[in-house]
Write a protein that binds this ligand. Structure first.
Ligand SMILES: C[S@@+](CC[C@H](N)C(=O)[O-])C[C@H]1O[C@@H](n2cnc3c(N)ncnc32)[C@H](O)[C@@H]1O
Length: 436
């Protein structure tokens, strides 16, 4: 299916879509992280924002790509998938903790025996009673009502931070093992997305030392399994902790394929995704310390917008290709919000979303070789029930930045459970194919 308004419909996009919707490959989960939870290394951190690595690997192979870029690399799914099919890759992720998670996963080629030995050292040291600095945070107090479990967890944190390892990759993997047990050792619930829900409790809570030990063994086995599956001599995959709107570290004309999923314009606050982990790690004290991070993220939530001048952005040259249509939605949202609880600045959020994504396309045009193929996994948006045809506007911005054409194939409907939603506009999710 192709969205109305696509300028042309490249044959390769249609062929690719048909290939993916055929038989075995028709997995409804291709746009979600679910399948990755069964795969070695991919499963080291459940990042709900991710998509299926099997799908990404299949697409890279189908296209015969040799250099893949992911400007919104998240937990590193595209990079690991590229390695699986022998393509070089470069990923960019601006959230420092998310970037570190991806980086730690990319260290999977380190020696699993060194990991096992280091884990024993960590456990032995952390079991020794010693004072710990407990974060002065109401969220931590609420999430860890059992003081003794909290202290065990924090002793693990301190030991992991101090430990010296021969191979620096092992240190990073130990850090990720710690990060991945922060939630399972708390009775607090987690939303379907990453937000922590301290008022909801779960029944199964793990003891910190036990959780660390078992998770570490799963990691070590995954390192062995991935080596068995992918081999030892794999293509280079690198993660840059920088801004997709500039892609400074990616060379000109480097990529022949881009596979990515940008934040959706659905008010999900990426800065908040790992707040509990960041507080426990001692990176931040609380909510107020997320302000700086929010400024670096593509605007996709009202929390990212603050006092940002959206009117001025709407008038900027970069939004000229969609200004007329966007302004109608912008003005409508500016009106509707006055009648709604919360009075949320969705109009500014949407202007910011397309303003930032336009910059990403300009940067992508620079790093993509002529004839490159791009796939964006993306969904549309309808804040306060006012619909924004996200794929069309992104497609138009991509073409304005120098790509040749775009088309869209729907994979699934979203927002069909009216009762739980604040609005009833049907939404969808799918692949935005861009040719350049
Ligand atoms: C939908 S997620 C991508 C998930 C990824 N495909 C995976 O499998 O883990 C979008 C990511 O974009 C990141 N992001 C937001 N603004 C960014 C920016 N300006 N530069 C780079 N990354 C950014 C977010 O932190 C988030 O991790």
């Amino acid at each position: 299916m192709t969205a109305a308004g696509a300028r042309t419909e490249p044959d390769w996009a249609l062929a690719t879509h048909e290939y993916f919707l055929g038989g075995e490959r028709n997995r409804g989960n291709s746009t979600t992280f679910v399948d990755n939870m069964k795969l070695p290394v991919h499963r080291w951190y459940r990042y709900s924002a991710g998509y299926s690595s099997t799908w990404a690997a299949e697409l890279i192979r189908h296209w015969g790509a040799s250099r893949v870029v992911d400007p919104f690399a998240g937990s590193g799914t595209t990079l690991l998938a590229a390695q699986e099919v022998g393509a070089e890759s470069l990923g960019v992720e601006v959230h420092p903790t998310v970037a570190r998670i991806a980086q730690a996963k990319l260290g999977w080629q380190a020696d699993p025996e060194e990991l096992r030995v280091s884990v024993e050292r960590v456990l032995a040291q952390a079991r020794m009673d010693r004072p710990v600095k407990v974060p002065d945070s109401p969220l931590v107090a609420k999430c860890y009502p059992d003081d003794s479990a909290l202290r065990s967890l924090l002793r693990l944190r301190d030991t992991v931070n101090e430990i010296e390892t021969q191979d620096g990759r092992i240190r990073e993997i130990l850090w990720l093992i710690f990060v991945s047990i922060v939630r399972p050792t708390s009775p607090a619930g987690t939303a379907q997305w990453q937000y922590v829900l301290p008022n909801k409790t779960k029944s199964r809570v793990l003891e910190p030392f036990d959780a660390f030990s078992k998770t570490a063994e799963m990691f070590a086995e995954d390192m062995e399994m991935r080596r068995f599956l992918v081999g030892g001599d794999v293509a280079q995959a690198s993660l840059l902790s920088e801004d997709a709107r500039r892609l400074d570290g990616v060379p000109d004309n480097w990529a022949d394929v881009v596979i990515t999923s940008p934040p959706y314009a659905n008010n999900y606050d990426y800065a908040d995704a790992l707040r509990l982990e960041q507080i426990v790690l001692g990176e931040i004290e609380g909510w107020k310390d997320l302000r700086g991070l929010r400024k670096t993220l593509v605007k996709s939530a009202t929390q990212n917008v603050g006092n940002w001048n959206s009117r001025e952005a709407l008038e900027s040259d970069i939004l000229a290709p969609i200004r007329r249509e966007l302004t109608v939605v912008y003005d409508s949202l500016d009106e509707v919000r006055k009648t709604r609880g919360g009075n949320k600045s969705y109009h500014a959020m949407l202007a910011g979303y397309f303003y930032d994504n336009a910059k990403v396309f300009v940067a992508l045009r620079r790093v993509c070789a002529v004839g490159a193929k791009v796939c964006y996994v993306v969904g549309d948006s309808a804040p306060y029930g006012v619909h924004a045809p996200v794929e069309k506007w992104l497609g138009d911005l991509a073409v304005a930045s120098g790509f040749k054409s775009w088309s869209f194939s729907k994979v699934r409907d979203r927002n069909t459970k009216w009762k739980n939603r604040k609005h009833d506009h049907p939404l969808h999710e799918g692949y935005l194919w861009i040719e350049g």
